[in-house]
Design a protein around this ligand. Structure first.
Ligand code: MG
Length: 165
């Protein structure tokens, strides 16, 4: 059996008047992430990690933010679409891991809900989805509270012969 890995990175600005959605979970916050879709930086980083592992390019190629149909899009739907692309290319997700870097609010209990929602979108077990949280320690755009950054990694295995599309 062969395995492949891919990385993903995304960042979005924190602004007033937007919900804060990460991993498909809305988190109580005075500010949310600016973007064309729901600006779910965790979902976006995971999409790029999956596409990268499968050798399928990046999120901008498959879900361009110039397209009106992606305005305010639910990024978990896009994540599920990315998984379908990965499967069609002959791969199956094995596990994913991500680190959200943001100053506040603290994510706390929301991480369990994120793992559950992401696992559903990815079609893998909750135990195969890990979400970590870190801060900017007051340094840079994250540290100043101007935005959120996420890095992610995904591992894929080649599907069984019968599953390869
Ligand atoms: Mg993004």
């Amino acid at each position: 059996m062969s395995f492949r890995s891919g990385i993903g990175y995304d960042s979005h600005r924190l602004v007033t008047g937007r919900p804060l959605v990460l991993g498909g979970v809305e988190i109580a916050s005075e500010r949310g992430l600016a973007g064309h879709s729901d600006a779910d930086a965790l979902a976006h980083a995971l999409i790029d990690a999956l596409l990268g592992a499968a050798g399928l390019g990046d999120i901008g190629e498959h879900f361009p933010d110039s397209e009106e149909r992606y305005r305010d899009a639910d990024s978990l739907v896009l994540l599920a679409d990315a998984v379908a692309l990965v499967r069609a290319a002959g791969f199956e997700p094995v596990n994913v891991d991500a680190t959200i870097v943001m100053e506040r609010p603290k994510l706390g209990d929301a991480r369990a809900a994120m793992r559950s929602r992401l696992a559903d979108a990815l079609g893998i077990a909750v135990s195969d989805v890990n979400v970590k949280a870190s801060t900017g320690e007051g340094i840079g755009f994250v540290g100043r509270g101007e935005g959120v950054a996420v890095i992610a990694i995904a591992t894929l295995r080649r599907g069984q012969a019968g599953e390869v599309g």
